[in-house]
Design a binder for this molecule. Structure first.
Ligand code: COA
Length: 705
């Protein structure tokens, strides 16, 4: 990083912190890859470095700098809830030691100073940053608040109003903005260490140095209650936002040390709570999901996708085209007829206009994105595409036919992808001469918005086709999860049991509103029945009819959904399903006809309806997801349990604050989960046969999947 001459070689203060002397300035370097997380050895090293610099009469200033790609990504998240997190010296003690240093300490910041990383810098007397640096306190996104004094020092440095918006919002600022609000004292244009050393020498000459902990807070223009009313109750970080506001408010009324104590108390409560544990689980799960087990990390040479063809300009094809164009990829969008193409393009334009009306896109952006989409009526235009995604009608014969045509026109090394949500990819692949090039890319609707992408590997799909698909998914802003072929893949397969229990609960005495209400109160974005209405009940009806011959006759089967469909009620698109909808409205309204259908089904099945509690609804629907999820893991359909959580949170409205169904089961405890499932089996029937994986894990005392 520097070409400065050093009169002392680096020595190690701890495993992760180095010390060197440059003339009269000591340089303490954090070297804890990948992000200089402030784990126990880093904290101990910094503390020792400040002590050493203090004891050395030659030294009159200290520079604190990070090795690698950034200053510090904050507390080591993996150490939370372990003894190492609270090992001495704590971050608070390290920062107090820096503030007490008579010799000025200068934070030299590049890349990022986030969370505890910024709190550490706030403890320093001065901050100098490279221009492409992000500085912020993003803890709320992990369900936390800054726990190293950030809620007390930032308001003292930049004013409580600016601090509140940074802490509550969690969004980092760049170095220029940081300088404008007084968060950094200087910008480094050239070599950071060289400039920091020069800056440090100029500071050393001053008689006194600013210590944020000694300042008072400027609380001008603050309306804490107003800030509280802006919290969206359903936001995953709602709890942490509220606590962040309380802590900044505390900074305006409590003495500094008391404010730090209050912050710590609040932080400890959050870090021990299930919400933050769930959000931290997802933070790592989403980073892990795109990785292919056994493959080398980092960019691999392989198929480089540049040109993308999309077949079908319906809602799905259009959404996929928009997702690709949004990421700057040229797309050829092919349809059979001009009218369908025109409709598709008009829908895309309308969707972009809606985004523009919200101020999120300019007219130029719209034209530029639509300009990347080339309409076509000729499949031969796919001849030199690197990837073709078909999004035609969901019917195996239609899909096979399309693949035969693609096989004939596409170049030999093109990836041929199907957007099917249920059909057997191996069967589609087997119908052409190059099954190894076939893969499933199961987008979720609306495809330009939803982050989740199930990447479905066929039995014969080549590894480089899988790797390129996972890569392109990320380049178009998706979170890809690799799954295997089975009925419904992962997300939809798990819905089968979830919907089954919802249907049984209706017959046993619950109303659609009660089922959906219990689950939305649990945190689901939508209840299962309103979701069925949104998705279109005809699709599942068709699947049920297709699978009817293989359904075990002795198992209970609810006819409620079939009866509703038999009346032509397919959900929102027909104005009625489990609920009724007034023209132009998406609000589900209770419908006495549905109550009659439910009661008739219960009578026919000989079920005496009873009072059903919300707890029972949540338990049965959730455990149905968990049990099927465990089976899916056992079959190797996913690479890891956390992939299921990523799928459910990003594609099915599962509350992030509960971490996903598999993490939720771990929160309940696997043993408790198994016991509840076994109890359900004894009360209900074989639908509740516990997944063998769950039994094996409990038998060996495992706590996680
Ligand atoms: N503690 C522990 N591990 C961390 C971490 C932290 N604070 N921040 C990042 N990591 C890990 C990531 O999990 C990843 O590990 P992996 O390679 O084993 O999956 C690795 O560091 C690199 O992170 P990544 O996000 O891929 O790198 P990046 O360069 O894209 O981004 C950051 C770096 C620091 C900007 C980003 O990781 C980030 O935002 N981290 C969280 C910061 C935060 O919220 N701090 C407050 C903690 S309370």
């Amino acid at each position: 990083m520097s070409n400065s001459t050093s009169d002392n070689t680096n020595t190690f203060l701890s495993d992760t912190v180095r010390y060197a002397v440059h003339g009269n300035v000591a340089v303490i370097t954090l070297d804890n890859p990948p992000v200089n997380g402030l784990g126990d050895t880093v904290r101990a090293g910094i503390y020792a470095g400040i002590e050493r610099a203090g004891d050395d009469a030659r030294i009159n200033a200290v520079v604190l700098i990070g090795a690698g790609k950034g200053f510090s990504g904050g507390a080591d998240i993996r150490q939370f809830n372990t003894p190492a997190a609270n090992a001495q010296p704590t971050l608070r003690a390290v920062i107090a030691r820096i503030e007490a240093s008579g010799k000025p300490v200068i934070a030299a910041i590049h890349g990022f100073a986030l969370g505890g990383g910024l709190e550490l810098a706030l403890g320093c007397h001065y901050r100098i940053a490279q221009s492409a640096t992000r500085l912020g306190l993003p803890e709320v996104s992990l369900g936390l608040i800054p726990g190293g004094g950030g809620t007390q020092r930032l308001p003292r440095l930049v004013g409580a109003a600016t601090a509140l918006s940074m802490i509550q919002g969690g969004k980092p600022v760049d170095a220029q903005a940081a300088q404008a609000i007084g968060l950094v004292d200087a910008l480094a244009q050239g070599d950071l260490l060289d400039e920091a050393l020069t800056f440090a020498r100029s500071c050393a000459a001053k008689a006194t140095h600013p210590v944020i902990g000694r300042r008072s807070v400027d609380a001008k223009g603050l309306d804490f209650n107003g800030a509280r009313t802006h919290i969206r109750a359903k936001a995953r970080n709602a709890l942490a936002q509220g606590v962040a506001i309380d802590c900044v408010e505390a900074a305006t009324r409590l003495p500094f040390e008391a404010g730090l104590d209050e912050e710590r108390r609040q932080f400890d409560a959050l870090v021990d709570g299930d919400v933050s544990k769930s959000l931290r689980h997802l933070f790592f799960a989403e980073k892990e999901a795109p990785r292919i087990a056994g493959a080398h990390r980092g960019k691999q040479a392989g198929i480089d996708i540049q040109r993308i063809g999309i077949l079908g300009a319906g809602t799905m094809g259009g959404g996929i085209a928009m997702a690709c164009a949004n990421a700057g990829f040229p797309v050829v969008l092919c349809e059979r007829e001009q009218a369908a193409l025109d409709r598709g393009l008009a829908r895309m334009r309308k969707n972009y206009e809606i985004t523009a009306a919200k101020g999120k896109l300019s007219q130029d952006d719209i034209e530029q994105r639509l300009g990347l989409i080339t309409p076509s009526l000729d499949l031969n235009d796919f001849a030199d595409m690197d990837l073709v995604i078909e999004a035609v009608f969901e019917d195996i014969a239609v899909k096979k036919d399309v693949f035969r045509q693609l096989d004939a026109v596409c170049k030999w090394d093109a990836i041929l992808a199907t957007n099917t949500s249920r059909l057997n990819i191996d069967e589609i692949a087997a119908s052409i001469g190059r099954p190894e090039s076939v893969i499933g890319l199961h987008f979720f609707s609306p495809a330009n918005v939803m982050k989740l992408l199930e990447v479905v590997r066929g039995a014969k799909t080549r590894p480089d086709v899988i790797a390129a698909s996972m890569d392109i998914a990320q380049r178009i802003g998706k979170i890809p999860v690799l799954v295997g072929v089975c009925e419904g893949f992962v997300g939809n397969r798990m819905l089968t049991g979830y919907w089954r229990e919802a249907g049984f609960l209706l017959e046993e005495g619950a109303s659609p509103q009660q089922v959906d209400g219990a689950l939305t109160r649990f945190g689901m974005a939508m209840g299962p029945l309103a979701m069925a209405d949104l998705a279109g009940m005809d699709i599942n009806w068709a699947t049920r009819k297709r699978l009817a011959p293989t359904r075990p006759a002795h198992l209970r089967y609810s006819k409620v959904a079939d009866r509703i469909c038999e009346r032509g009620r397919f959900g929102q698109k027909t104005g009625a399903g489990y609920y009724r909808y007034e023209a132009g409205s998406r609000t589900p309204l209770p419908d006495p006809i549905v109550d009659e259908i439910i009661q008739a089904c219960a009578r026919e099945a000989g079920i005496a309806r009873r009072e059903i509690t919300d707890e029972e609804i949540v338990e049965r629907c959730m455990l149905a997801l968990v049990n099927e999820g465990a089976q899916i893991i056992d079959e190797g359909i996913v690479q890891r349990a956390s992939d299921i959580d990523v799928i459910y949170v990003n594609g099915y409205g599962f509350p992030a604050t509960r971490g996903g169904p598999m993490f939720y089961a771990q929160t309940l405890g696997l043993e408790t989960t198994l016991k509840k499932i076994s109890d359900l089996r004894s009360k209900h029937d074989e639908h509740w046969k516990p997944a063998p994986l769950l039994e094996r894990l409990v038998a060996k005392g495992a706590k996680t999947f």
